[in-house]
Design a protein around this ligand. Structure first.
Ligand code: BG6
Length: 514
């Protein structure tokens, strides 16, 4: 007799469902995000026939643009940033779906015009009234836009429609500390219910990040060793070779801890550390993620100086190019105390991870661009091969490479050929590029399509965002009491401040050089 066991990863494939006719309203449509990411992503979805048959985009922003001007600007964004070249035939159809509404974000009259436009679209589409609002403005406008949507009865709680859905996508940064994140959640919940809100973290849309869950939970061999008994420590690196690239004004208010750790790095930590969810349904996955965040041991007071290292780039020469110091970038204070680098050590106080250190680091203007998670396993309990063995007894490392050169490698020791007993580490490697030969979609393509399909698995829930801010805010509070004494403290093009190396040396470990 055979028994069929329900596969927890099996669910309706997203593409078995087609999104319903929808209008996407992008607030801040004249900005960089729309130009570089959102429109190229929508254009690629159109190319792949993933968009609904009736679909339109309304760009809502302050500039006095016409529909034609909006289309022209979006075309140039797609030409520069789309992963595939613009196809004139596809563009001809697609551009007819783009419209522009010029208004101040505060102006009630603008929202009345929006309401009228949406009603027209509903009549055109012939069914319900599906609308997605995308907040792509500076975060300081979020409260005003949310409030105006509520007043104009365009939000979810009071929208006067029988059919259809209303969803809202909100970009990071979601607040700048725990209190402001809570406040923003409250403002949102006055107008929208939680299941209408899609807080975006583009890292979750990356193929390789999604693969962390598949890799862990679709293969039986890793889960039994994925805990404190076998894992020595975990390193998470998100290194960038570029600086702040004209975003000085934003970055001065943010810094690396808020910009990268609160969102992307903690998301990576969640996925690598979480327990298997009961199903692959949005809330089941998010329940497990939030448990990890709540189990992180807080880093407070003096522990901050011991466990967290911050840095700021000093400029320098990289491959005969002269790079500016952070303090020389435009819109940056000449004596800025903003960190462009963070390294930290944390512990997760739960059954699985008790005593296992997680080291995380991120920074701008480092040696190279690389994001990876490395799981370093413990050495064998008894070493059979003693002093007669030549070569290092390096531990096994499983490296999940998020970008670039996406793939997975496992470092193992093998005997080198010959009559002498000597060991050498070698890598067993899988590379996406060579194994699949296809280019993965951009993170924003995946996330926009998921929102169109009403799948919020890859979006952050309110309790999750608050739990991550609770951890980060303790560190921010401690930093406020002790300004950095040594900024700038690392040369551009290096792996960051020396102090970050000492963080690991003290524990008898060292950073990988991925
Ligand atoms: C953004 C940060 O969220 O992520 C940027 O604001 C950072 O500062 C970027 O450069 C990194 O994303 P990616 O996809 O290039 O790794």
């Amino acid at each position: 007799m055979t028994t069929t066991v329900e596969n927890p990863l099996r669910r309706e494939s997203r593409l078995e469902r087609t999104p319903q006719p929808t209008t996407i309203v992008i607030f801040g449509a004249t900005g960089d995000l729309t130009h570089r990411k959102l429109l190229p992503a929508l254009y690629n979805l159109e190319m792949d026939h993933h968009l609904p048959s009736s679909f339109s985009v309304v760009g809502f922003a302050r500039r006095d643009w016409s529909d034609d001007k909006f289309r022209e600007e979006m075309r140039s964004g797609i030409e520069q940033f789309s992963r595939r070249p613009l196809d004139p035939a596809v563009w001809e159809t697609f551009c007819q779906k783009l419209h522009f509404l010029s208004s101040e974000f505060e102006s009630c009259e603008g929202y009345e015009r929006l309401n009228k436009l949406l009603t027209e679209k509903e009549q055109e589409h012939g069914i319900g009234s599906n609308v997605i609002y995308y907040l792509a403005t500076q975060p300081s406008y979020y409260p005003t836009i949310i409030e105006r949507l509520g007043e104009a009865e365009l939000g979810g709680r009071n929208r006067k429609t029988e059919q259809g859905y209303t969803r809202l996508i909100i970009e990071k940064p979601f607040g700048h500390d725990l209190e402001s994140a809570r406040e923003l959640n409250e403002q949102l919940h006055r107008v929208f219910s939680e299941n209408q809100i899609y807080r975006i973290d583009h890292y979750l849309g990356k193929e390789t990040v999604q693969n962390i869950l598949m890799f862990r939970f679709a293969n039986g061999i890793f889960e039994p060793i994925w805990d404190r008994r076998y894992v020595d420590h975990i390193q998470i690196t998100a290194a960038e070779s570029i600086g702040v690239e004209g975003r000085g004004r934003y970055y001065e208010e943010s810094g690396a801890l808020r910009d990268m750790v609160q969102s992307h790095l903690l998301q990576l930590l969640n996925l690598v550390a979480m327990e298997p969810p009961v199903s692959f349904e949005a809330n089941a996955v998010r329940d497990e993620k939030v448990k990890v965040l709540r189990a992180i041991r807080p880093i407070r007071g003096n522990a901050v100086a011991e466990q967290v290292v911050r840095g700021q780039y000093a400029g320098g020469w990289v491959h005969s190019d002269h790079l500016q110091a952070y303090r020389e970038e435009s819109n940056v204070n000449r004596d800025s105390a903003t960190e462009t680098y963070v390294a930290l050590k944390l512990f997760i106080d739960n059954w699985r991870w008790q005593g296992v250190p997680f080291y995380m680091r991120t920074g701008k203007e480092l040696t190279k661009r690389v994001t990876e998670i490395a799981i370093q396993f413990k050495q064998p309990p008894h070493m059979l091969f003693g002093s007669e063995v030549q070569g290092g007894l390096e531990p096994n490392v499983l490296a999940l490479r998020i970008q670039p050169d996406e793939g997975i490698s496992l470092k193992v020791l093998v005997k080198t050929p010959g009559t002498r007993t000597s060991l050498r580490p070698v890598k067993m490697e899988f590379l996406y590029g060579t194994s699949f030969g296809t280019e993965p979609p951009e993170a924003y393509e995946r996330l926009l399509l998921d929102c169109l399909l009403g799948d919020s698995t890859l979006f952050t829930r309110s309790d999750e965002v608050e739990a991550s801010w609770a951890f980060i805010t303790d560190i921010l509070d401690a930093w406020e009491q002790m300004p950095p004494p040594d900024f700038p403290n690392y040369e551009s093009g290096t792996w960051g401040p020396r102090e970050a190396d000492r963080l690991l040396y003290r524990d008898g470990r060292e950073w990988r050089w991925p």
